[in-house]
Design a protein around this ligand. Structure first.
Ligand code: G4P
Length: 531
C-alpha cells in the first residue's frame, strides 16, 4: 500500500470519545449515534443500562452488581463515507485514570451536558484532561426536551468556567422543556421542527420550515431564537475551525438524544470539523507522520473481559501506517518481537479477527501478556511514544493476603493488576513483598482489586487504609530524608510501574513541613485528578 493510500485512509477516520457526568445520557447518545451510522463491528456492543444493557457492559460481573461501567468499549461505524471510531470512557470518577488513557487514544471529544444540570463535577474533571492533552472538544447540550436552564446562561457557564469560547452551531427553538426544533446557525433562514411520532416511536419526525413559516407557526419561540442568534452573531460567537482545533473554542449543539433530536447534526460535525489522525509526537523530539511505517499505542489492558476465556486484551490505537494481522512487529519497550496473530476488532464478547487497520482505528490484541499500558508497537523505523502520565493517587492502603499459603498467587495478581493499571503498586524495603501499598485515584479502584484478587487469582486480600492523602514525586535522597525524618509525617516508597520515588503525606501542611525541613529535596506534582 502506498503512503498516499495510507494517508487517505487516515484522512477519512475520526476517532473520538464522549465525556460526561454519569446520567447525562452518554449511553443514550451512543445508541443514537450508532442508529444513524452503519455499525462496522459486532452489533450490540453498545454500552447500555437496563434492558438496553449491551454485551460490552456485561464484561465484568461486578459491573452488573454495582451498575457501573468499569471497562471500555470501542464502536466502529461508517457515516458519509468516513470511518468513525467511538471509544467509550468509564463513567465513574474513580476511574479517571482509565479515562485519561482512553483520551490519549482519541483525536476529539464530545462533551455531553445535561441541560438542567449544566457543568457537573465529572464534566469538569474530564474537560481538564482534554485541555491537558490538547484535545479539541465539541459540546452537546442534552435533554432539551425536559425543563432546564437558559441556553445563553449555559454558554456563559462554559465560557466562564472553562475559559473556552462557545460557538453554537445549532440553536434551540423553544426553551428547555418546550423544544419545538433547531436552527442550524450557519443557515438561520430555516427551522428543523420535530414532532413526536404517534404510537410512541422513539425517534422524532423532522420537518423543514422556511423562516416565514416558522415565524407564522412558532410565533414567540421563533422570534426569541432569531433574536438570540442575532446576539450571538454580534458577539462573534461563530465557529472558527482553527480556534476549535487549538482548544480555544467549542462548537455547541443542542438536542435530546432520547428522541434522536440534534444527533445527526452532531454526527455531521464530527465528520466535518473533528480532526483526522495527525502526526504523533515521539520521544526524542519530532513526530511520526500517519503515512510512515506502522506504529501503535497500547492505551488500555483489560483482563478477563470474557469470563469463558481467561484472557487479556491490549487495546492498541494505530497511530501510523497499516496494521496487518499476522505480521510480527516490535515492542519498543524492551525491543522484543511481538506477533499480531490474535488481533480482533473485539469489543464485547463477539469477536471477529481484524485483518488490517489504519491510523485512528483500535485493535484488540488477545492474550497480549507481554504488553502494558503505554507501550509502543512499531515496524520499520523505530518509534517510541512518550509514557502516559499517571494520576496523583489520593487513597492508599496496605494489601496483605488473607491466606499466607497463597502468597505466590497474591504476588502474581498484584503484579498483573499493576500492569493493567487498575491501581498503582508501591513498594518499600520496610514493608516487604507480602504487604505492598496500593495507591488509587478513587477508592472504587480498591473494590475492583479486592474483587478480582478473590475471583480471578483466588488470593483474597485484606486492605488496611493508610492516612495519606497526597503524593509527590521525589528522588532517592528525598525519599531517604523523608523516611528518616522525625518531624514530618509521611513515607516514601517506589512505584513499581516506573521505579519512581513517591513521597506520601497526610496533608498539604505536612508536605510543606517537609519542604521547609529539606529545601533541597525535590517534590514534584504528579498529574492531578482532583486538584
Ligand atoms: P449515562 O450513560 O450518561 O449514565 O446516561 P444514560 O444514557 O443511561 O441516560 C440517563 C437517563 O437520562 C436515562 O433515563 C435516559 O433515558 C435519560 N435521557 C438520556 N437522554 C435524554 C434526553 O435527551 N431527554 C430525556 N428526557 N432523557 C434523556 P433513566 O430513567 O435513568 O433510564 P431509562 O429507563 O429511561 O432508560
Amino acid at each position: 500500500m502506498t503512503a498516499a493510500a495510507v494517508a487517505a485512509e487516515a484522512a477519512r477516520r475520526r476517532t473520538f470519545a464522549v465525556i460526561s457526568h454519569p446520567d447525562a445520557g452518554k449511553s443514550t447518545l451512543t445508541e443514537a449515534l450508532a442508529l444513524h451510522a452503519r455499525a462496522l463491528t459486532s452489533a450490540g456492543a453498545v454500552h447500555g443500562k437496563g434492558d438496553r444493557r449491551g454485551v460490552a457492559s456485561d464484561w465484568m460481573e461486578m459491573e452488573k452488581t454495582r451498575g457501573i461501567s468499569v471497562t471500555s468499549a470501542v464502536l466502529q461505524f461508517a457515516y458519509r463515507g468516513q470511518v468513525l471510531n467511538l471509544l467509550d470512557t468509564p463513567g465513574h470518577a474513580d476511574f479517571s485514570e482509565d479515562t485519561y488513557r482512553v483520551l490519549a487514544a482519541v483525536d476529539c471529544a464530545v462533551m455531553l451536558i445535561d441541560a438542567a444540570k449544566g457543568l457537573e463535577e465529572q464534566t469538569r474533571k474530564l474537560f481538564d484532561v482534554c485541555r491537558h492533552r490538547g484535545i479539541p472538544v465539541i459540546t452537546f447540550i442534552n435533554k432539551w426536551d425536559r425543563p432546564g436552564r437558559d441556553a445563553l446562561e449555559l454558554l456563559d457557564e462554559i465560557e466562564r468556567e472553562f475559559r473556552l469560547r462557545p460557538t453554537p452551531v445549532t440553536w434551540p427553538v423553544g426553551i428547555a422543556g418546550h423544544l419545538r426544533g433547531l436552527v442550524d446557525a450557519r443557515d438561520p433562514g430555516r427551522m428543523l421542527r420535530y414532532a413526536r411520532t404517534p404510537g410512541g416511536a422513539k425517534e422524532a419526525v423532522e420537518e423543514h420550515l422556511t423562516a416565514a413559516r416558522a415565524a407564522a407557526e412558532e410565533g414567540a419561540d421563533w422570534e426569541q431564537t432569531a433574536e438570540e442568534l442575532d446576539l450571538l452573531r454580534e458577539t462573534g460567537a461563530v465557529h472558527d475551525e482553527e480556534e476549535f482545533l487549538a482548544g480555544k473554542s467549542t462548537p455547541v449543539f443542542f438536542g435530546a438524544a432520547v428522541s434522536n433530536i440534534g444527533v445527526r447534526l452532531l454526527l455531521d460535525a464530527v465528520v466535518d470539523t473533528a480532526p483526522p489522525p495527525s502526526p504523533r509526537p515521539v520521544e526524542g523530539g519530532g513526530s511520526r507522520p500517519v503515512d510512515a511505517d506502522f506504529s501503535g499505542l497500547v492505551f488500555k489492558v483489560q483482563a478477563n473481559m470474557d469470563p469463558s476465556h481467561r484472557d487479556r486484551i491490549a487495546f492498541l490505537r494505530v497511530c501510523s501506517g497499516v496494521f496487518r494481522r499476522g505480521t510480527t512487529v516490535t515492542r519498543a519497550q524492551g525491543g522484543k518481537p511481538f506477533a499480531t496473530k490474535y488481533a480482533h476488532s473485539a469489543f464485547g464478547q463477539d469477536r471477529s479477527a481484524v485483518e488490517t487497520a489504519y491510523p485512528g482505528d483500535v485493535v484488540g490484541l488477545v492474550n497480549a501478556t507481554a504488553l502494558s499500558v503505554g507501550d509502543t508497537l512499531y515496524s520499520g523505523e523505530r518509534a517510541v511514544f512518550p509514557p502516559m502520565p499517571t494520576f496523583a493517587p489520593e487513597h492508599f492502603a496496605v494489601a496483605r493476603p488473607v491466606d499466607v499459603g497463597r502468597s505466590k498467587q497474591f504476588r502474581r495478581g498484584i503484579a498483573q493488576l499493576d500492569e493493567e493499571g487498575v491501581v498503582q503498586v508501591l513498594a518499600s524495603d520496610r514493608r516487604g513483598e507480602q504487604s505492598p501499598v496500593l495507591a488509587a485515584v478513587g477508592p472504587m479502584q480498591f473494590d475492583v482489586v479486592a474483587h478480582r484478587m478473590e475471583h480471578e487469582f483466588s488470593a483474597p486480600l485484606r486492605l488496611e487504609s493508610l492516612p495519606y492523602r497526597l503524593a509527590r514525586a521525589t528522588d532517592k535522597a528525598g525519599a531517604e530524608a523523608l523516611n528518616g525524618s522525625r518531624l514530618v509525617q509521611g513515607e516514601a516508597l517506589t512505584r513499581l510501574r516506573d521505579n519512581r520515588w513517591l513521597a506520601l503525606f497526610p496533608s498539604r501542611w505536612q508536605a510543606g513541613s517537609f519542604e521547609r525541613e529539606f529545601p533541597a529535596a525535590p517534590l514534584e506534582h504528579l498529574v492531578a485528578a482532583h486538584e
